[in-house]
Ligand binder design. Structure first.
Ligand SMILES: [Zn+2]
Length: 274
């Protein structure tokens, strides 16, 4: 499942590669990926130019001329690829955007869970999870006042609250564990038990961690056809995620893995106490 930094890396790669490109025609091999009527989807995008690609949470927003936005969610395995025309299609290629400059924008998806929805620009907030999406994890949007209010009102455990996209956009399992460890907060603490100092620290760690993760993934964007951040350098910087049984970098206590709200959760039992 791509998390926000991966999707942001894809967005940057796409902007670099296909911003300004015009769609000559579209082939859809797996119609379920398109939430619209497929014929109308193809007809409305034909001849339109990609002005830019935006992002909201884990959703990519392709801004086309003619006031159209294609909302694309990669879900588990969706990937974009830009290739010379006719090359590199596989059995997992489900949508092909033929561009007028003799390239193809391929959408590959081994699980076929990804979805594309074409809407008038400005109506993207009517699509799927965008209807109710919390603020982006950046300083000017994820304010301390907002978090104090949101956490203060909730008896829910803090980890599932961090994963709730309607509260904060784009935090997944890895970054929830990492930022809670950095903030020395047990993942099962009730949100409304967090002190002002803890909320402030957690907020800053979320903002810094997401920015650093985006930077880390950006460094892997190097070539034409592998532009979309497969490996990423960021796994080298993880402190707790996937490190159960290894000593905590701060105190040496062995990192434990437990289940919290069905999700594998890593924490330092010495510094993150209930
Ligand atoms: Zn520790």
């Amino acid at each position: 499942m791509p998390e926000l930094p991966e999707v942001e890396t894809v967005r940057r790669g796409l902007n670099r590669l296909v911003k300004g490109a015009t769609v000559a025609s579209i082939e859809v091999f797996w119609p379920k990926i398109i939430n619209n009527d497929v014929e109308s989807f193809e007809a409305r995008l034909k001849g339109q130019t990609i002005e830019k690609i935006d992002r909201r949470g884990k959703y990519l927003l392709f801004r086309f001329t003619n006031g159209l936005t294609m909302v694309s969610h990669l879900r588990m395995e969706g990937k974009y690829n830009v290739v010379p025309r006719g090359e590199d299609q596989t059995k997992h290629t489900h949508v092909v955007f033929h561009l007028t400059d003799d390239r193809d924008l391929l959408y590959n998806d081994t699980r076929k869970f990804g979805r594309m929805t074409l809407v008038p620009t400005g109506e993207e907030n009517t699509v799927g999870g965008l209807k109710k999406m919390g603020p982006e994890p950046v300083a000017d949007q994820l304010t301390l006042a907002y978090l104090e209010d949101t956490f203060g009102k909730s008896k829910k455990m803090i980890k599932p609250l961090l994963l709730d996209q309607s509260k904060i956009a784009g935090i997944g399992n890895i970054y929830a564990d990492e930022t809670l460890w950095m903030s020395k907060i047990h993942p099962m603490r009730p949100a409304n038990s967090l002190t002002e100092n803890e909320i402030s620290a957690l907020r800053q760690n979320i903002i810094d961690e997401m920015a650093m993760a985006i930077k880390g993934h950006g460094t892997t964007v190097h070539s034409f056809s592998t532009a979309f951040g497969e490996a990423g350098q960021f796994q080298n910087h993880l402190h707790v995620y996937g490190r159960e049984g290894e000593p905590c970098e701060r105190c040496g206590t062995l990192i434990e893995k437990i289940k919290v709200a069905q999700r594998g959760t890593h924490f330092c039992p010495h510094e993150q106490q209930l």
